[in-house]
Design a protein around this ligand. Structure first.
Ligand code: C5P
Length: 219
C-alpha cells in the first residue's frame, strides 16, 4: 500500500464503550478501552482519509489534529452522531462496544440504598451498526464480533444479519485478544473470503485491517 492509499475517502469509526445512565451519578458500562478504534483512526488518517471518530467515554488520546473526534456518552447519542455524518461516509467501521441495554428510566435524583434489593428495568438499545446496514447505499461497512463460542459461525451470522461487507472477529478464548489488552488476535470474514492473523499490537492490527479493506474492496 502506498502512503496515501485512502486519499479522498471518508472513514467513520465508532470506538469505546457507551455509558447508560441509571441516575445522576451511576451508569451501566463495560471495559472497552477504545484502543482498537483509536488505532484505526490514526492509521486511516495517516493513509490520507478524512476520519470521523465517534467515541464513547475513553481515556485514549488522539495525536492527529486532522481527525474529527466526537465524544458521546450513550448508545442513543452515538447513533445520532453517526447519522449526522453517514451520508458522507465511504467506509464505516464499528469498533465500539455499545451497551446492549439501558435503564428504561433514568432517576432524576441519586437512588438511595434503602432496601436489600434494587431492580432496574432495562430496555434494548438501538443497534447502531445494524441501522447503518439497513440504510446502506454506497457505504462499505465493517463490524467487529467479540465471541466466546461458535466464533466463526456467530461472526458470519452477524455479517449477514447486519448487512456488512466485512467482519473482524476476536475470540475471548485467545489469550491477549479482546478489549482490555494492547494486543489483539483477529480473523476477518467477508461474504467470500476469510483470513486469520497472528497476535499483534492494536496498531499493527489496525494496519492489517486497513490493508485487507484496500486489497478486497478498493482495487
Ligand atoms: O451484535 P454484536 O454486539 O455482537 O455486534 C457487534 C458489532 O455491532 C460491533 O461492530 C459493534 O460495534 C456493533 N454494535 C453496534 N450497536 C450496538 C451493538 C453492536 O453498532 N447496539
Amino acid at each position: 500500500t502506498s502512503s496515501k492509499s485512502l486519499e479522498g475517502k471518508t472513514v467513520l469509526i465508532t470506538a469505546g464503550p457507551t455509558y447508560e445512565a441509571i441516575d445522576p451519578v451511576r451508569f451501566i458500562g463495560n471495559h472497552s478501552s477504545g484502543k482498537m478504534g483509536y488505532s484505526l483512526a490514526e492509521e486511516a488518517s495517516k493513509r490520507g482519509a478524512r476520519v470521523i471518530l465517534i467515541s464513547g467515554p475513553s481515556s485514549q488520546k488522539i495525536e492527529d489534529k486532522n481527525i474529527d473526534l466526537h465524544k458521546v456518552t450513550s448508545a442513543k447519542e452515538m447513533l445520532e452522531k453517526v447519522f449526522e455524518f453517514y451520508h458522507l461516509v465511504d467506509i464505516g467501521i464499528a469498533s465500539a462496544a455499545v451497551a446492549d441495554y439501558a435503564p428504561k428510566e433514568v432517576a432524576q435524583e441519586k437512588i438511595k440504598k434503602n432496601d436489600s434489593t434494587l431492580t432496574i428495568e432495562l430496555i434494548k438499545n438501538p443497534d447502531i451498526l445494524k441501522t447503518m446496514g439497513e440504510k446502506k447505499s454506497h457505504q462499505l461497512l465493517v463490524g467487529f464480533a467479540l465471541e466466546t463460542h461458535n466464533e466463526d459461525e456467530n461472526a458470519k451470522a452477524k455479517l449477514e444479519k447486519k448487512n456488512l461487507d466485512m467482519i473482524v472477529l476476536n475470540s475471548l478464548r485467545d489469550h491477549g485478544a479482546g478489549f482490555k489488552n494492547d494486543t489483539n488476535k483477529i480473523k476477518i470474514f467477508t461474504k467470500t473470503t476469510e483470513k486469520e492473523f497472528d497476535l499483534k499490537s492494536k496498531d499493527e492490527v489496525a494496519k492489517d485491517i486497513l490493508n485487507f479493506i484496500e486489497e478486497q474492496f478498493l482495487k
